[in-house]
Design a protein around this ligand. Structure first.
Ligand code: IMP
Length: 496
């Protein structure tokens, strides 16, 4: 007979936290959200710790170079998507690792043959008025000039005026070669009274931009995640098919942490992938695995050596796995069961395996619930895809801006490796994800400030000074349908 679980499959929205005594030691300003990302022996330190418990999903529409830099700067962690060629993923890792605080990789660039209209389009979409002009319009092309709003007059120049006629050519610009320190770059900006200093390599290709307006921001960022050479930490998603070629290229590029990205991680291929990485690098390269939703799958990946384990099947906002295949589990039930298995594993082996709750975060308080239930960090796709730093296009629909967001199991991503179960057909037979729009939400920094403030405020209500404390002492209750109604504005007419 089949096995039946005796509790229903529940999700975050069905739980609430019960406050505990708030003391002077756990006011929001004193709460630490530092959290381990990799397995460690109890009493020892993990190899990698994040300063906020948020990581971005390894998805084409979420985790590119800009997200990698911006998230590490805020103390979180980005997994650069793996559904691209090995070379381009390694190049993205290299770009993040080579970026230094204050040196911005330019996201919006134009070619000399582009027109004033293209400049105006970028300005309308992004509010950026400084645009590098490179030979191929890429962020690493030969730098030919710079456009700022001082370079054109809309009343005089026609929209089809080529950029080449408007830009300040590179020989009239103050530039500097890569390798310059941020302090020296800022000195040049002040000495020459300029707003932006392009940094170029020896061959004159654009490396990055340093902006006057960022000066204060980069002086203070105590949570930024750096390696021992002061480079940002960054991760990469891999699959269990081409790992023998992909992993060495990513390690060579400087990746800090790998994550096997699969909708169902309870497989011999994940075990083989973990064993390959650990054997090849003698444990020095860490690799997370998943996704799982019960203790049996957790135990399998834990015994295989996974450095962290990711939880969640079928709950992602773009996901249609449950509809298509009938597998999955409510995210809260999955986290609760796997966290109990993890604690048991730590008691019996003396090794703590961090858990990542992946997907299904709709409201900020769902992050707090995931942490209370035993997750050490959460992975999010939708949350990050809405922001300026995601690689997807920002488009206008009606009066509002939206960003494109598509699943790795959608036709658009064509990431068959994530869903292949060993028959290596090399294509998607059916989709497990959708292509969608989500409301545009602004910058990572402004959104994180609010999210983190809410998480800390709730932890303060619950008397928890840090995440391990929260794991031990959180009190949770299921909510009835009627108490959900009670929790929203009711019996009145809300004035906007
Ligand atoms: P979200 O934060 O709710 O949008 O969920 C993001 C998570 O959904 C990712 O981290 C993946 O685990 C998962 N995911 C990404 N693409 C797909 C897909 O196409 N189908 C199913 N799940 C997906």
């Amino acid at each position: 007979m089949a096995t039946y679980f005796d509790t229903p499959s529940r999700t975050f929205g069905e739980y609430l936290l019960i406050p505990s005594l708030t003391t002077r030691e756990c006011t929001p300003d004193k709460i630490s959200l530092a959290t381990p990302l990799t397995r460690y022996k109890t009493g020892e330190k993990p190899a990698i710790t994040a300063n906020i418990p948020l990581v971005s999903a390894g998805m084409q529409s979420v985790s590119g170079v800009q997200m990698g830099i911006a998230l590490a700067r805020e103390g979180g962690f980005c997994f650069i998507y793996g559904s691209q060629s090995i070379e381009s993923q390694a190049e993205m890792i290299r770009t993040v690792k080579n970026n230094r605080a204050g040196f911005v990789i330019s996201k919006w660039n134009l070619k000399p043959t582009d027109t004033l209209q293209d400049i105006l389009n970028i300005k309308a979409e992004t509010d950026h008025s400084t645009i590098p002009i490179t030979d191929d319009g890429s962020h690493h092309g030969q730098l030919l000039g710079l456009i700022t709003s001082k370079d054109y007059r809309i009343s005089r120049d026609t929209p089809d005026t080529p950029v080449a006629q408007l830009m300040t050519p590179v020989d009239s610009l103050i530039t500097s070669e890569e390798g310059i320190s941020l302090t020296a770059a800022n000195d040049l900006i002040w000495d020459h009274k300029i707003n932006c200093l392009p940094i170029i390599d020896r061959k004159g290709r654009l490396n990055s931009l340093v902006f006057r307006k960022d000066y204060d921001q980069h002086k203070h960022n105590p949570l930024s995640l750096f390696d021992d050479q002061k480079r940002y930490l960054v991760g990469a998603s891999i699959n269990s098919h081409d790992y023998k070629q992909r992993v060495p290229a990513l390690v060579e590029a400087g990746v800090d942490l790998l994550c096997i990205d699969s909708s169902d991680g309870y497989s011999v291929w994940q075990k083989e992938t973990i064993e390959f990485v650990h054997k090849k690098y003698k444990g020095a390269v860490k690799v997370g695995a998943g996704n799982v939703v019960d203790k049996a799958a957790f135990k399998y990946l834990a015994d295989a050596g996974a450095d962290f384990i990711k939880i969640g099947i079928g709950g992602g906002s773009i996901c249609i796995t449950r509809e298509q295949k009938g597998i999955g589990r409510g995210q809260a039930s999955a986290v609760i069961e796997v966290a109990a298995a993890r604690d048991e594993y730590a008691r019996t082996t003396g090794e703590y395996i961090p858990l990542c709750s992946d997907g299904s975060i709709v409201h900020d308080y769902h992050i707090t619930l995931a942490l209370a239930m035993g997750a050490d960090f959460v992975m999010m796709g939708r949350y990050f895809a809405r922001l300026d730093e995601s690689p997807s296009a920002k488009v206008k629909r009606g009066n509002d801006f939206v960003k494109e967001y598509w699943g790795e199991g959608s036709n658009r991503a064509r990431n068959w490796q994530r869903y292949d179960l060993g028959d290596h057909k090399g294509g998607l037979t059916f989709q497990e994800g959708v292509d969608s729009y989500i409301p545009y939400a602004g910058t990572l920094k402004e959104n994180l400030n609010i999210t983190i403030a809410k998480v800390k405020s709730t932890m303060s209500n619950c008397g928890a000074a840090d995440i391990p404390d929260f794991h031990k002492n959180a009190k949770l209750t299921l909510v009835s349908d009627l108490s959900l109604v009670e929790g929203a504005p009711h019996d009145l007419i809300v004035r906007e």
